[in-house]
Design a protein around this ligand. Structure first.
Ligand code: HEM
Length: 518
């Protein structure tokens, strides 16, 4: 019987008859330089790694599909959006999802206390839609300009190369908008048991636009059918002692055995205005929209049912971005969303290369095939089709090439006016209120774990940071501040006596509107 396995070749297609030995002069002599087979093999190996993601480096991915219910709650979905991925029923839109931790490197433990990334690429008939979110539904900061500083403070110290609690709390104690997220992250919700039993959300505020050109503000949510399960620090430590990739394993094995995880996709909707009646700005991603006033309305479901064939080609090279929207889903003026939208494709042109969108994992599905005049660049893998005449790689042309798409009947036109400047929201009372509400809403074991975690961290911080953190927590909830102070051995009365942070409104002054500062 002949061996059915293919013959090993070089990338040039030359058959390789000896893959075990260098070419050398005699059995013990020097190797020679014209040994193309060896040079191709070893130099390709030397380039096997690409830079890891600057954040969210540790992750795992899976394929699946999304199905819309065609409704938003009890109303036809098209009342709110003309995005076919949300209005048309009976269509299975292929998805690729990448879950991740944030701070650790590519092989860091998945038991880390960290938000979890929840990035979804929906390959719709109208092109790709990426929803790049997390499991905690909010974020630490509300202005994109703070992101590099935040990440520097949370990543390992440039001198000790360790994540130092004092650097984290130093940044946080000067950025009270982070208190809500800190309360989530330092509770058991900061260590989801795995990727299947956790929620997801787009976090930033987007808009839905219908075919009348009318917009609503929207938040997107993924609710796991598997339920939610989180770990205490002690439970996580026990897992980490014998497995640093337990969440990757859990997802992979569940899909292999046909136990395919599923999430219901829901939206919260608000009219597209400033909502001065709220003590937070709907464009502020450090806040949740209260679910009793803005209920989660089911829109569809997502199932993950296929593991990648190759982690590098698919999971590592996948590239998600908040700028990747389809018609009917639009940006809001959420300042984090706007900043993020530049950052993702920018980093991906560096991390993967300028032609990252040609890779199969990132390219749109065939029905939405890309026809562009973008040409060349490093690793150009193909020439995007742009009509039958290969000479015409420009537009407009009287001869051939691509043409512009028809305009939507009703375009969405946002009215914008104002002084150009640098602004901070003055709706800051909810920085403390929502964190306090969260503290009170936890179950006893969650609150105990939260207090033990923050208290344990603060023991490792200098006194100025300890006092300021307790001051903040006490303003969120008196019991919260008192218990953390007690756990860390901090003098509560000295903390309470601190003046408000310079340049920041007092914790409970609720003044709707914004202030012109520059
Ligand atoms: C990944 C920037 C805020 C969720 C990344 C990456 C960058 C980045 C540069 C690496 C992307 C890559 O290499 O492919 C930023 C900036 C932010 C911001 C500048 C704020 C201004 C957020 C927020 C969330 C988030 C608020 C959650 C809603 C994610 C996720 C990934 C990611 C899930 C990993 C995507 C993947 O799995 O490939 N971010 N980010 N980021 N970010 Fe952000």
């Amino acid at each position: 019987m002949t061996d059915p396995r293919p013959i090993l070749t070089t990338r040039q297609g030359h058959p390789v008859y000896d893959n075990q030995s260098l070419r050398s002069v005699g059995e013990r002599g020097p190797a020679t330089l014209e040994n193309y087979q060896f040079i191709e093999k070893i130099t390709h190996f030397d380039r096997e790694r690409i830079p890891e993601r600057v954040v969210h480096a540790r992750g795992t991915g899976a394929h699946g599909y999304f199905e819309a219910y065609g409704k938003i709650g009890s109303e036809p979905a098209r009342n709110y959006t003309r995005a076919r991925v949300l209005t048309e029923t009976g269509v299975r839109t292929p998805v690729f999802v990448r879950f991740s931790t944030v701070i650790g490197g590519k092989d860091s433990p998945e038991t880390a206390r960290d938000p979890r990334g929840f990035a979804v690429k929906l390959k719709t008939v109208d092109g790709n839609w990426d929803l790049v979110g997390n499991n905690l539904k909010i974020f630490f900061i509300r202005d994109a300009i703070k992101f590099p500083d935040m990440i520097h403070a949370f990543k390992p110290d440039p001198v000790t190369n360790r994540q130092e609690p004092w650097r984290f709390y130093d940044f946080v104690s000067q950025s009270p908008e982070a208190l809500h997220m800190v309360t989530w992250v330092k509770s058991p919700w900061g260590i989801p048991a795995n990727y299947r039993e956790m929620e997801g959300a787009g976090v930033n505020t987007y808009k839905l636009v219908n075919d009348q050109g009318v917009a609503h503000l929207v938040k997107f949510h993924w609710q796991p059918k598997q339920g939610v399960r989180n770990l205490t620090s002690a439970q996580a430590a026990e897992i980490q002692a014998h497995d640093v990739g337990h969440a990757t394993k859990d997802l992979y094995e569940a899909i292999e055995r046909g136990d395919c995880p599923e999430w219901e996709f829901c939206v919260q909707i608000m009219s597209d205005d400033e909502h001065p009646e709220l003590d937070f700005d709907p464009l502020d991603d450090t806040k949740r929209w209260p679910e009793d006033r803005f209920p989660l309305l089911p829109v569809g479901r997502m199932v993950l049912d296929r593991n990648p064939d190759n982690v590098f080609a698919e999971t590592e090279q996948s590239a998600f971005g908040t700028g990747v929207l389809v018609d009917g889903i639009d940006f809001s003026d959420d300042k984090m969303l706007q900043g993020r939208t530049l950052s993702y494709s920018d980093t991906q042109r560096y991390r993967v290369g300028p032609n990252y969108l040609q890779l199969p994992i990132n390219a749109p599905q065939p029905a939405a095939r890309a026809h562009t005049n973008q040409r060349d660049g490093q690793m150009a893998y193909q020439v995007d089709p742009a009509g039958s005449n290969k000479h015409v790689n420009y537009e407009p042309s009287s001869v051939a090439g691509v043409r512009e798409a028809p305009r939507p009947a009703k375009e969405y036109h946002q009215w914008v006016e104002g002084h150009l400047g640098r602004y901070q929201t003055t709706r800051t009372s909810s920085d403390y209120r929502q964190a306090g509400e969260r503290y009170r809403s936890f179950e006893d074991w969650e609150r105990d774990d939260l207090v033990a975690n923050i208290g344990g961290d603060l023991k490792q911080c200098p006194e100025t940071i300890q006092l300021r953190m307790v001051w903040h927590l006490w303003h969120c909830d008196e019991d919260y501040g008192r218990r953390v102070a007690q756990t860390a051995g901090i003098d509560l009365e000295r903390a309470k006596a601190l003046p408000p942070l310079p340049g920041r409104a007092a914790p409970h002054a609720a003044l709707p509107g914004t202030t012109y500062t520059e």
